[in-house]
Design a protein around this ligand. Sequence first.
Ligand code: AMP
Length: 190
Amino acid sequence: MKNIVLFGPPGAGKGTQADVLKDKYNLIHISTGDVFRNNIKNETALGKLAKTYMDHGNLVPDEVTIEMLKAEVIKNQDTNGFIFDGFPRTESQAKALDLFLSENDQSINGMVALEVPEELLIKRLINRGKTSGRPDDQDESKIRNRFNEYQTKTAILQDYYQKQNKYFGVNGVGGIQEITDRLVAVFNEI
Ligand code: AMP
């Protein structure tokens, strides 16, 4: 199995690239943000809870997110592997994921990170907000808060995977196809 964490700050292009890569490698794409948004749309209890955090650009609490992620993995047993997009976002999530996979004789092959400068990310997110309808893309203060969450809680995961020799940085600036080609070069090796 190929289990890959597709990593990067908000607006790095994880969702766009995961869409292409899941088909190329026949993997299940799990975006925790998308799962939360579906729950919000369907007005589930999980959605109502997640919305109170997401609308402000805050992270949803770990326990809730981890349980949801496990349920998504369990739902998709018959697969070549997973692209995790937007998960893990904290060290406890990363540890929980390692433990959960190891219980099933699995592991993460690598964290593949899209590296994009912050000023470009903000421009991309404001642009996306014009069409995505996402409340957390709509104003700069929410976007800044998401970056703050990223810097304080998520960025350290680079270290976490680097220590296991599983961190692969990829230049995330350029055309979509160009970036896909760079990612494919890494995906083929891990
Ligand atoms: P995304 O679609 O990945 O940008 O995620 C949108 C929002 O969903 C984030 O700003 C968080 O509020 C929430 N979210 C998504 N994934 C996670 C996660 N792994 N941990 C906590 N919150 C998350």
